[in-house]
Design a protein around this ligand. Structure first.
Ligand code: SAM
Length: 224
């Protein structure tokens, strides 16, 4: 079966399960070629709905998790988005497909931060090959500090597990903006969705999940 047919099959399954509802998120998942974001020797597993290793002890998230987090974030064409935890670049490409590629105003852009230099290069290569190089800026650094140079952000998504919400991310969220982040201990988290409305934070919890740790000044400490 072609990659395109596999992509369609998994998206149809996620729609039938109720994980995917938003037409622009469905279109993005039908468009972004996930096979370009997994290591070459794992391409045949690109549409298996589970996390896959991308080296350095890290993973590309399962397709349903990307679907659920993107639906919760509710990205809109023209949004300026910050992602913490670039990994393969796949989630960033899905976001860029919605906020930038489908934006007639040409404002939308995705900034994504990754702490591991080799994964920064891996993601940049993947994004360029898949046609998202102009819509996504990949930055190496500690994403728990956010990216003050380009703040405020309409949407912020964290794709690694945090012990708590890093304060710089709250500060860098635009009024009217939304932040989605897995919060909990090292082995088990829940998605936390925060809306900033007139400077006030409105919080609600989403699904339970398991992510690799967010390591940094406002995250977990690196093992010495
Ligand atoms: N969104 C990714 C994708 O689409 O492939 C998957 C993210 S992976 C589950 C989590 C990533 O967060 C890892 O690549 C890890 O190195 C990164 N990470 C952990 N702590 C970080 C930090 N403080 N700043 C930036 N990246 C971090």
């Amino acid at each position: 079966m072609s990659f395109e047919a596999q992509r369609r099959r998994v998206v149809e399954f996620l729609v039938s399960m109720g994980y995917l509802r938003n037409p622009s998120v469905i279109k993005a998942l039908l468009t972004v070629p996930r096979e370009e974001f997994v290591p070459a020797h794992l391409r045949e597993y690109a549409y298996v709905d589970s996390p896959l290793p991308i080296g350095h002890g890290q993973t590309i998230s399962a397709i349903h998790m990307v679907a659920i987090m993107t639906e919760e974030l509710n990205p809109l064409p023209g949004d300026i988005v910050l992602e913490i935890g670039t990994g393969s670049g796949y989630q960033a490409a899905v976001l860029a497909e919605i906020v930038a590629k489908q934006d007639p105003g040409k404002r939308g852009h995705v900034y994504t931060i990754e702490r591991i230099p080799e994964l920064v290069e891996f993601a940049k290569r993947n994004l360029a090959r898949a046609g998202y190089g102009d819509y996504v800026s990949v930055i190496q650094g500690d994403g728990t500090l956010g990216y003050p140079e380009k703040a405020p952000f309409d949407k912020i998504i964290v794709t690694a597990a945090a012990p708590d919400v890093p304060k710089p991310l709250i500060d860098q969220l635009a009024d009217g903006g939304r932040l989605v982040i897995p919060v909990g201990d090292l082995y088990f988290q829940r998605l936390l969705i925060i809306d900033k409305v007139n400077g006030k934070l409105h919080k609600r919890y989403g699904i339970e999940c398991v992510f690799v740790p967010l390591i940094g000044e406002y995250g977990w400490r690196e093992k010495s």
